[in-house]
Design a protein. Structure first.
Length: 142
């Protein structure tokens, strides 16, 4: 998209995720769970392949837009050069927890998207997030 809309790319910023309770920030951390089966007959080769895939975090971000979950990822000079807003990501990661997707994940995502749409339209962030929290609690209780 950088090539198709350079004027947008030049003006985009990474912003913190709005928080329901700014004094107690929290975010979710997600990564792709890459693994090698314990029953694999080609474990050595599989691990070498995964190490190759994850060896250039800056390139992975640049090409695919993904930050992999490898330990020390944010120490990579390559990633630091490619990633705008690293300080914002680091702050979010410091208050984040990894969560497995639940049976209600898709519904929760729809509720969150709706909340974002609402507060982007009317500016009432707290109201939209409170409503979303109530709706998510209802979905999880089913």
């Amino acid at each position: 998209w950088r090539e198709n809309a350079p004027e947008v790319y030049e003006n985009f910023v990474v912003a913190p995720i709005p928080q329901k309770d700014p004094a107690n920030p929290h975010t979710f951390i997600h990564t792709y769970a890459l693994a090698v089966s314990a029953d694999s007959k080609v474990q050595t080769e599989a691990w070498k392949f995964l190490n190759f895939l994850l060896s250039k975090p800056g390139e992975m971000y640049e090409v695919a837009g993904y930050i992999n979950g490898r330990k020390g990822i944010f120490d990579s000079a390559e990633l630091k050069a490619a990633l705008r807003g690293l300080d914002v990501y680091m702050q979010s990661y410091s208050t984040g927890t990894f969560v497995w997707r639940s049976a209600t994940w898709a519904q929760e995502g729809d509720i969150i998207k709706q909340a974002i749409e609402e507060f982007m339209q009317d500016g009432k962030v707290q109201e939209a997030l409170d409503k979303a929290a109530t709706e998510i609690d209802k979905v999880r209780a089913q």
